[in-house]
Design a protein around this ligand. Structure first.
Ligand code: RI2
Length: 325
C-alpha cells in the first residue's frame, strides 16, 4: 500500500525507537502496540482489505527500526494475529482490544517477574548491573519492597552510559550505588553476590542477547564464581531462532563512540559500534521471566508453549493479488 496512508504517529514512534528516545524492550513493545492502535483508530480505510493492508504496512514500518529488539516483532505479532472482523469497524475494535490487552499484560508481567527475581536476592546482597533494564530493576524494587537491604555496583556501560539511568533509579529506591567504568568490573566481581542484567532477546538455545559487554562480563563472572541472573519478560523470547535463524546484531552510528575531531586526529581507521553481544547459555545461571525462572537450556520449552513451532509473519502481504485475508 501507499505509505502515505500511514498515520504520522507511526513515523514519530519509529523515529523515537531508532534514535533510542524510546528504548528497552517493554517500552518499545508498548510504543509499537499503542502505535498500531492509533493507526487503527485514525484509519480512513473504506474496506477491510485496505484496513488490513494499512495495518500491515504500519507494522513493517515499525519493524525495521531496531533489528535486535525482539519485543518489537513480538508486540506486532500479538496485535496483528488478533486482528479479526468482517467490517472496518470490527477490525478496528479487534486491534484496539489486542493492543490494550498486550499493554496490560506488559505491566503485569513486569510485576510478576520482579516478585520471582526478588526471591533470588537475599537481605544484604550486592548486585552488579550492566546497562539499564527495567526487568532487572523490577527484581531489585520487589526485593526492596520485601524489606531487603541491597547494594549495587553499577557499570557505566559505554558508549551511551545507560548505567547512569540505572544508578539514578537505584538511588531513587534507596539502594546504595558504586559506579564503575566497564573495564573495572572484574575487580569487583569477587565481592558481588549476583550479576543481574536484562536481555534484548533470548534465543531458543538459551543464549542471551544483551547490551555489548554482557558476554565478557558473564565470562568473568563465571571465572569468579558469581551467579548470573537474566531478567527477561517472555516478550524477549525470539521465536524465529527455533527454526535456526540467528539474531541480527544492531550496528550503531560511530558518532556514539568518537567525535569527528578525535577521528580526524587519529587518522584513517574503521570504527565499529555493535550495540549487543551474545552470551552463551553455559555462562548463565537463570533466566527469570514472569512465568517463572528457567535454566537457559529449558527456555525452548517455554518458547514452544508460547509461540508453537514457528511464528507466522502477519505483517507480510498475503500471496496472490487479493489482499483481503
Ligand atoms: P528492559 C537495553 O538495550 C539493554 O540491553 C537492556 O538490558 C535491555 O534493553 C532490556 O531492557 P537498549 O534498548 O526491557 O538500551 O529490561 O539498547 O528495560
Amino acid at each position: 500500500m501507499d505509505e502515505g496512508q500511514l498515520h504520522p504517529h507511526i513515523e514519530t514512534v519509529a523515529e523515537d525507537i531508532e534514535s533510542m528516545g524510546t528504548r528497552g524492550a517493554a517500552p518499545i513493545a508498548d510504543a509499537v502496540a499503542s502505535a498500531l492502535r492509533t493507526q487503527a483508530r485514525e484509519s480512513e480505510a473504506e474496506t477491510p482489505a485496505t484496513f488490513r493492508a494499512e495495518m500491515r504496512a504500519a507494522a513493517r514500518h515499525l519493524l525495521n527500526t531496531r533489528p535486535t529488539a525482539v519485543s518489537l516483532p513480538n508486540a506486532l505479532r500479538y496485535v496483528l494475529q488478533r486482528m479479526d472482523g468482517a467490517s472496518v469497524g470490527a477490525l478496528c475494535r479487534s486491534v484496539e482490544r489486542g493492543a490494550a490487552a498486550f499493554c496490560e499484560q506488559l505491566d503485569r508481567a513486569r510485576d510478576d517477574l520482579g516478585e520471582i527475581g526478588a526471591n533470588r536476592l537475599r537481605d544484604g546482597d550486592q548486585i552488579m548491573t550492566h546497562c539499564h533494564s527495567t526487568d532487572a530493576l523490577a527484581c531489585v524494587e520487589a526485593a526492596v519492597e520485601q524489606g531487603k537491604d541491597l547494594t549495587a555496583v553499577v557499570k557505566e556501560t559505554r558508549p551511551r552510559k545507560q548505567g547512569h539511568i540505572t544508578a539514578r533509579e537505584l538511588r531513587e529506591i534507596g539502594v546504595p550505588v558504586t559506579l564503575i567504568v566497564d573495564s573495572a568490573a572484574r575487580r569487583y566481581l569477587g565481592e558481588v553476590d549476583h550479576v543481574l542484567v536484562g536481555a534484548d532477546a533470548i534465543a531458543a538455545d538459551g543464549s542471551v542477547i544483551n547490551k555489548i559487554g554482557t558476554s565478557g562480563l558473564a565470562v568473568n563472572a563465571r571465572e569468579r564464581g558469581t551467579p548470573i541472573m537474566i531478567a527477561a519478560q517472555t516478550i524477549k523470547l525470539h521465536p524465529d531462532t527455533m527454526t535456526g535463524h540467528t539474531v541480527d546484531i544492531e550496528m550503531r552510528d560511530e558518532s556514539e563512540i568518537i567525535t569527528d575531531s578525535d577521528r580526524d586526529e587519529i587518522g584513517d581507521m574503521t570504527v565499529e559500534n555493535p550495540a549487543f553481544d551474545v552470551t552463551p547459555p553455559r555462562h548463565v545461571d537463570a533466566i527469570v521471566t514472569e512465568r517463572g525462572q528457567f535454566p537457559p537450556e529449558s527456555i525452548v520449552t517455554l518458547m514452544r508453549e508460547l509461540f508453537g513451532e514457528g511464528p507466522g509473519e502477519p505483517w507480510n502481504e498475503p500471496s496472490g493479488t487479493d489482499a483481503d485475508v
